[in-house]
Design a protein around this ligand. Structure first.
Ligand SMILES: [Zn+2]
Length: 301
């Protein structure tokens, strides 16, 4: 998986601080997660091909997470896009997008397919033969979901020496990678595990923004390779977190620790902080594998 942070700040866009948006590349997909104002400029800046984006996931309808969406949809049309575009987000997202287009007498030459979310329980919202995406219900001032991206178990790998020694016809190699037992040239049944090894470990990524501390997401995101969890505030402003339904760096780290994740990425920083190091320092008091998201930074895992 490769994650590119296009923006990781809260509230208003600034010269060096873009609102939330990220791109996750996995198994041939290019998923866009949130689409704050300026996302299309960031996509260009980081040379991400617009036509590779087929699925957009919007966590909630606060402006710093979706004000870039209508602009991007409009640009797709100007670029003569024909591929379907799937948009997953809270109920109302279809209305807000189509109203803006209707009043501008605008349209798309491609199909816009909305998947409006209302459930307060985690649900499977996308699946193909290689990936699954589930919602992570969060606790914010408006209806909000995070998203869990999970690769499926990959194909098994052949242990070539063992396969040859077992006298298996090449025509059966494909079946072996799919996990089946096969019969060799001598008519003997060969157990799959004796001639193959497991494929690459499936990777997973959880995106959780915006939310106040919500411990019951732990069971959904347990053991993910990377967790992005919002950390809007430092301890000095901790009193603002429950009021605004956001989290502190320490709370994000507590969730990461309880969920036993591989790595925690912090983000959604309040623009009141000039130096981000405080976020890392405070989170590391609780959990030791912490990195700071920064606009333009990529993470491969
Ligand atoms: Zn918000």
């Amino acid at each position: 998986m490769k994650l590119t942070i296009l923006g990781c700040y809260s509230a208003t866009p600034r010269i060096l601080a873009n609102p939330t948006s990220q791109v996750l590349e996995s198994q041939g997909h290019m998923f866009l997660i949130d689409c704050g104002e300026g996302t299309q400029v960031q996509l260009r800046k980081h040379k991400i091909k617009f036509n590779r984006i087929k699925h957009i996931f919007i966590s909630h309808l606060h402006g710093d997470h979706f004000f870039g969406l209508v602009g991007l949809i409009s640009t797709f049309r100007l670029l003569t896009r024909e591929t379907d575009l799937h948009i997953y987000g809270p109920k109302g997202i279809k209305e807000v997008v189509t109203l803006q287009m209707k009043l501008a007498d605008s349209w798309t030459n491609y199909q816009l397919i909305f998947h409006e979310l209302t459930s307060k329980e985690s649900e499977l919202i996308f699946e193909d033969d290689k990936m699954e995406v589930h919602t992570i219900p969060l606790n914010h001032r408006v209806y909000t979901n995070g998203f869990l991206f999970k690769e499926k178990e990959g194909k098994r790998k052949l242990n070539i020496g063992a396969v040859e020694e077992a006298n298996i016809n090449v025509a059966y190699y494909r079946k072996l990678t799919q996990g089946f037992d096969v019969v060799n040239e001598d008519g003997i049944n060969i157990k799959n595990e004796s001639v193959t090894k497991p494929g690459d470990k499936p990777k997973s990524y959880a995106f959780c923004s915006d939310t106040m501390y919500k411990e019951d997401i732990v069971s959904i995101i347990e053991n993910v390779d990377v967790l992005y969890h919002e950390s809007t505030f430092l301890e000095t402003q901790a009193h603002l977190a429950p009021k605004t339904k956001h989290s502190t760096a320490k709370e994000a780290a507590t969730i990461a620790k309880k969920a036993n994740v591989g790595k925690l990425l912090l983000g959604h920083y309040s623009t009141r902080y000039k130096d981000l190091n405080g976020f890392k320092i405070e989170a590391e008091e609780v959990f030791d594998s912490v990195e700071l998201s920064e606009d333009g930074k990529t993470f491969e895992f």
